[in-house]
Design a protein. Structure first.
Length: 126
């Protein structure tokens, strides 16, 4: 055997860094894609607003806010099923659920029929 050459662990001249770059790019792409999917896209927000608005120029009524929160809660719940140790997101989820609960109580206090129609449309509370 020649001195200085090890037949078991050969040197990797170019392919290893290339593979490492590809793996790194893939991991970064997946992380960015995951972050983008957590937030609501503007088009989806417009769909929700148009479906739940009380009047023509309504963008922030309690009904619309509850619908937006429900969409975000559903997305975050899906995220937490695969990321069980993400405690920061879990805290955010609990805050969103509390906010939605308060808004629903406000709607129920004002108009019980509107409240029942909204929870039926959203498919929440059994």
């Amino acid at each position: 055997m020649e001195s200085g050459k090890d037949p078991i662990s050969p040197k990797f001249p170019l392919p290893l860094p290339r593979i490492a770059v590809i793996i790194l790019k893939t991991a970064v792409f997946i992380a960015i894609q995951d972050k983008l999917s957590m937030a609501l896209v503007q088009e989806r927000k417009q769909e929700i607003i148009s479906q739940y608005q009380v009047h023509e120029t309504d963008t922030g009524s309690a009904d619309v806010q509850v619908a937006m929160l429900t969409e975000r809660i559903n997305k975050l719940s899906l995220h937490l099923r695969s990321n069980k140790k993400d405690h920061a997101s879990r805290t955010g989820l609990l805050k969103m659920i509390g906010q939605r609960k308060r808004l629903l109580a406000y709607i129920q206090k004002g108009d019980a029929d509107r409240y029942r129609a909204l929870i039926t449309r959203l498919g929440i509370r059994g």
